[in-house]
Design a protein around this ligand. Sequence first.
Ligand code: ATP
Length: 621
Amino acid sequence: MLGHAARRFRNRASVWLASLRGTLAVVLLTLKLAEGHWLFVVSYILLAIINAATESFSIMLIVPLLQSFSSDSIFAGVPVLDSVGQLLMPFPPEVRLRWVACILLGIILIKSAVQYFTEVMIYLLPLRLERDLRMRAFAAIMESNLTFAESISTGDIGNYTASFPARAGLALRFLIQGTAAVITIAIMLGLFIAITPSALMGLAGFVIIGSVLFKSLTGPLANRLDREMTDSQREFTQAYFEAVNNKRTIRIFNATDTFLTRINKLLERLRGVQTQTIAVQNATYPFFATLSGVLVCGLVLMASFASPDEAQALLGVLLLFLVASARMLGPFSVAHIARMHFSIHADPVRQMDFFLREAARNKDVDGETELQRAAQEITFRDVSFAYPGSQSGVKDLDFTVRPGEFLAIVGPSGSGKSTIFHLLSRLRRPDQGEITISGHPLNELQIRSWWNQLCIVSQDVPIFNATVRENIHFGKIGEPDDARIWDALENAVAADFVRRMPDGLDSSLGEFGSNLSGGERQRLALARAFYHRTPVILLDEVTSQLDAETEHRIAESISRLHSEKHTIIAIAHRPKTIRGADRVLVLRDGRVVASGDHDTLLTENGFYREMAGPSEKAVNG
Ligand SMILES: Nc1ncnc2c1ncn2[C@@H]1O[C@H](COP(=O)(O)OP(=O)(O)OP(=O)(O)O)[C@@H](O)[C@H]1O
């Protein structure tokens, strides 16, 4: 029986110790995340100590003052209060009152100022940390390698850049608010130790019993709510962004109601968790107020059964307890609320720290060699790459692009064409083999010096929520050159529709270029390449959404770039769109299966002829 009880106690103690270790770990993580804000944190705690000290000082002054007007002091012989009382006694009552009034006024002024600053600081601090973490998360996503960046779901991006920083900010707020409350309690307890140990015992018992009771009643629920809050937040953000990003498709497929219902359900779930969390969090004050009320009633009841002398002593303790609990109930409930809030935000703190560490581990490592002259030869030597967790990618690529060459890469969908661009721009790195630029391994280059020489027009045509001018000048340092912008727009057959826009180059293009048609977006993206005129230009299906006439005019502009010695690498499904190319690589299942000029391939390669379609066969056949 006894052994069983001892085992249970040991188990409970080890669970409690593990939870304490967990809490301590989160405290350290929170402080680590708040590294740049320590001065702010320390200042807050110092101000909180001053606040508590002024509080204690006023108790030490007021209680003996009141007692000094009574002939029958119940604090006679009580260490601190008695000495203060002795100090006051020699002065006539009116002088005593004046002095105390002046000192109290000073204390009140100091306390008000301190309280104002701590109130402001406690709201500012989480905001500062939130801003800092949001920026760090954003930078971490932008600077990590693509494999890592793409492994983060939209829901998690929402969590790491919005929800978790806000919650980590709150965790810090409750950590320091709780610490300050504990320091306040410690200072007051110190005062009461000096006054009477029996009151201290009463208070200590009150705190311990109350805390254990409260924790066992609310602890498991608070932990469950913590997990549910993170999950429901993630699900909501993910579903929300999915819906907003696909709004057109959702409408056309008549799925608006389905999505509204889904979002509504997720919001309901979130609200449910928030409601329960608020209900639990706000139970602290009433719980301790009720407990201390019950204790006071108990003491009064005890006094009713005692002799008059004992009753007076008991009422003395009661008076102290009332003063102490009235003064300490505030810090107690703050400490409890802070502890609970802190544990509610513990999971985001852990996840935020884990994410930042993982992002740092997956940071794209840059090389040291600076590409100073315009890029010369681009070589792929036995390059193979497979996407993480998949067999797809490219295999054994072995080819060289000469400076000023126009190379076309043709192949069916999924054959690996865009992957070559990812590798060439070092968004992905080969698993085997090597890519070199002007003889330098691409991995050893300072990537910016290579990107400065590179312009890519990709299939997904990124247009930013900015003006036409800003979109064309995008990424360039210095002032935009309007004459060159118009020239680039002419080459991309985009000048006419920009002229028709209400504000010309100053027209705003809307989010994701939503004010434009697909073909217009494509032409603007091309204009960007014509404007940048980098030594190497990568074109990925740039005319897929254009009519034959526009496609023909753009092909002429690309030929002009080619004649000006720009190196051009263009991807196409259909061979006819890259007629001006010097050489064509034919890709199938990630491998180069043929290479040569268009006409030779058309006569000699059946697969290429197949892709070219009947019209090409008629012309050349
Ligand atoms: N992020 C990714 N993760 C896993 N597999 C991928 C990823 N991106 C592409 N793939 C796969 O790699 C292969 C090559 O893709 P890639 O985009 O290079 O083909 P593509 O020739 O450009 O196709 P398309 O002409 O349709 O754009 C495909 O089988 C594709 O499914």
